[in-house]
Design a protein. Structure first.
Length: 354
């Protein structure tokens, strides 16, 4: 067995020590995006975590395999989660709870200025309601600790009423359970590509568990690929600290202390403005060309920003012409419907009526 194969199986054994449940169709495919590759002058691969099956899928399904494993291990009957109004985590938590016969309560935070009625009710909100989640609202969108504390208050009320709640906290002072799912994803990709590896991986970086988990998984397997995190919420300074901390915490859950060095944490925020959940020209361009050239949908908050960030890396020489890049498509497709009015404006501009 090669060195990398034995490190990959050691990672799988370390992951197996954590409780988990199967929720998604894994392995997800890796597609060669031939048309965009030709346009951009690179070989572009997409890891299709948008196709992992559970209720429109996405990255949170891998994270939930471990969150739900932890919740079930405590005998929980209800799970509580917080996220933006159009949170995919909220929708997939409601879906996983429905599948596993648990109740779910989701807390929707007002994080995006200037939302319209569609953003408030359509897309992920509609789906969470269809999945049977109880919905609570939380106005302070930028106060992560307060959002977590509000979940704890609600959990105490449920406990007093005889229920067994389990809270999935978002703040970085809580255990990074969901990151284990992306350590597993790195191992999965190594097994799929069987030695034919990309020169760079491009991945969205929000709460950070996808980015940090993937980085830990790659390094634990001895894979030293640059993992370029594209900021979707915080600027590069804040996000660098967050990812370093989260990666060290995840590594320690896998008995891999000292695995992550400062140089491993690569963060880019060049396509973040004007901020979380808001479109800019580079994001709308990425959404537009990926739909037209690859029949692949990107959402305005996460995957659209990831491809915009990848193009920015090409334009700035961070990714070299002729090289091979792998983007992690983390899903978020229901967000397209919530952003219908904003995307329609862009499409009218791109395709003016004659
Ligand atoms: C579709 C999608 N992609 C990427 C992310 C970012 O993942 P993370 O929060 O693990 O950084 C999210 C987070 O909600 C998401 O919903």
């Amino acid at each position: 067995m090669s060195e990398m194969n034995s490190q990959t199986s050691a990672l799988r054994s370390a992951l197996a020590k954590h409780p988990s449940v199967t929720l998604g169709h894994h392995p997800t495919p890796i597609d060669h995006l031939a048309n965009l590759s030709a346009d951009l002058g690179i070989t572009l691969l997409a890891k299709r975590d948008d196709c992992n099956g559970l209720a429109f899928g996405g990255n949170k399904v891998r994270q939930l395999e471990y969150y739900m494993g932890a919740a079930l291990a405590t005998g929980a009957d209800t799970v509580l989660v917080t996220g933006a109004v159009q949170s995919n985590f909220v929708r997939t938590t409601a879906a996983a709870a429905a599948k596993l016969g648990l109740a779910s309560e989701v807390q929707l935070e007002d994080r995006v200025p200037g939302t319209d009625a569609l953003q408030q009710r359509s897309g992920n909100v509609l789906l969470s309601e269809m999945l049977g989640a109880g919905i609570n609202y939380f106005p302070e969108g930028e106060n992560e600790a307060a959002a977590d504390a509000a979940l704890d208050v609600r959990a105490a009320e449920l406990r007093a009423a005889g229920r067994k709640p389990y809270v999935f906290h978002l703040g970085s002072d809580h255990e990074p359970t969901g990151g284990l799912g992306y350590a597993a994803c790195a191992a999965e990709i190594l097994e799929q590509l069987d030695g034919d590896l990309p020169d760079a991986v491009v991945i969205p970086s929000g709460s950070g568990l996808t980015h940090a988990g993937f980085l830990v998984g790659a390094r634990a397997c001895g894979w030293d690929v640059p993992v370029i995190g594209i900021c979707v919420r915080r600027d590069a300074g804040l996000q660098r600290t967050r990812i370093g901390n989260r990666a060290r915490q995840i590594a320690s859950l896998l008995d891999h202390d000292d695995l992550i060095q400062e140089a491993d944490v690569i963060i880019r925020d060049d396509v973040l403005a004007p901020g979380y959940g808001q479109l800019n020209d580079s994001v709308t361009h990425a959404i537009d060309i990926t739909a037209r050239r690859e029949a692949l949908f990107l959402d305005p908050v996460y995957s659209g920003r990831t491809v915009a960030g990848l193009i920015d890396c090409l334009n700035t020489g961070v990714i070299q012409p002729g090289s091979k890049a792998l983007m992690i498509h983390t899903g978020g497709n229901p967000g397209v419907f919530a952003y219908q009015s904003k995307l329609a404006t862009v499409l009218d501009r791109v395709n003016p009526v004659a």
